[in-house]
Ligand binder design. Structure first.
Ligand code: ZN
Length: 120
């Protein structure tokens, strides 16, 4: 495995954290079992719910900050604000989910957190 910054950078851009050449995703979020270039066990990394959780945490902080700045202080949230914030939240989540999942997989590969088949 490369250094932490290099592995995270490769994960963020959707490349294999181990070699930086193979693709980390087949489609939007589908991870292949093995890297096509170096054979790293990308599909065996149990990232599970961590990427959506981190993405939601980041996105809601940004949307909350935007809400604080554009809130008129009238006490009632107007529909105009909701029509701005809800699409912003959806766009942010769609944009962040893939790089966050890549960085999560890179972190777990670096820490050697990989599902191993039971050997009995
Ligand atoms: Zn690779």
């Amino acid at each position: 495995m490369p250094s932490w910054p290099q592995a995270l950078r490769r994960g963020l851009v959707g490349k294999c954290p181990s070699c930086g050449v193979g693709d980390l995703f087949h489609n939007y979020l589908k991870v292949p079992m093995l890297c096509a270039h170096c054979g790293a066990p990308l599909g065996a990394v149990p990232s599970d719910d961590a990427p959506p959780y981190i993405t939601l945490l980041l996105s809601l902080h940004v949307v909350g900050l935007v809400f604080v700045f554009i809130n008129t202080g009238e006490g009632v949230v107007s529909f105009r604000i909701l029509f701005l914030l809800i699409p912003l939240l959806i766009i942010l989540m769609m944009a962040l989910l893939r790089p966050v999942k890549g960085a999560t997989i890179a972190t777990m590969l670096k820490l050697d957190i990989v599902r191993r088949p039971d050997v009995d």
